[in-house]
Design a protein. Structure first.
Length: 87
């Protein structure tokens, strides 16, 4: 992964870590916004692993939520670290 992509992931991790919303819906909207920015900035058509991870994050955040902000945040941050490990 290029350094610019790693910086994008780093910014995403920081943004997700700094969300202070207490309502899951509000948290989800902000996190989903940051996730869409991440997708736009790092995705390449041939990188299937990154695509899978991004889709998994969106699925967990938006389509099959557990309604717990901290466990969702933890999951998303772990997934972002997986993207960062892609080379």
């Amino acid at each position: 992964m290029k350094d610019s992509a790693k910086e994008t992931v780093k910014k995403f991790i920081q943004n997700i870590s700094e969300i202070t919303e207490l309502d899951y819906g509000d948290f989800m909207r902000k996190a989903n916004h940051y996730l869409m920015e991440l997708q736009e900035n790092i995705q390449t058509p041939t990188d299937q692993t990154t695509q899978y991870i991004l889709n998994d994050m969106k699925q967990h955040l938006q389509f099959n939520p557990n309604w717990d902000i901290e466990s969702t945040r933890h999951f998303i941050l772990n997934e972002a670290q997986l993207i960062n490990q892609q080379t």
